[in-house]
Design a protein around this ligand. Structure first.
Ligand SMILES: [Zn+2]
Length: 84
């Protein structure tokens, strides 16, 4: 009497939510959300809260210097070794 293992229960899905959000994946594409109105509503609530939090704690833009450091780090990676 086992249910389809592809489909998570709401509790299982909600337990994974923070991880899904943190991983930056497209949560809206999640199969559970496609079939579960309850969790869609929950996610909408979370997004409203996250939006409010963003207004309270605005994310500081990274300074130009940081991008230069990233760029040079990438160049070092590419040209650093002659494997082949
Ligand atoms: Zn659900």
């Amino acid at each position: 009497m086992k249910k389809d293992t592809n489909i998570l229960s709401c509790a299982e899905f909600q337990a994974q939510l923070p991880e899904l959000i943190g991983s930056g994946e497209q949560i809206a594409e999640h199969p559970h959300l496609r079939s579960c109105e309850l969790c869609r509503a929950l996610l909408a609530d979370l997004e409203t809260i996250a939006e409010a939090a963003r207004q309270l704690f605005p994310i500081v833009e990274p300074p130009d210097e940081l991008w230069e450091q990233i760029e040079s780090a990438i160049k070092n990676e590419e040209g650093g070794s002659d494997r082949g």
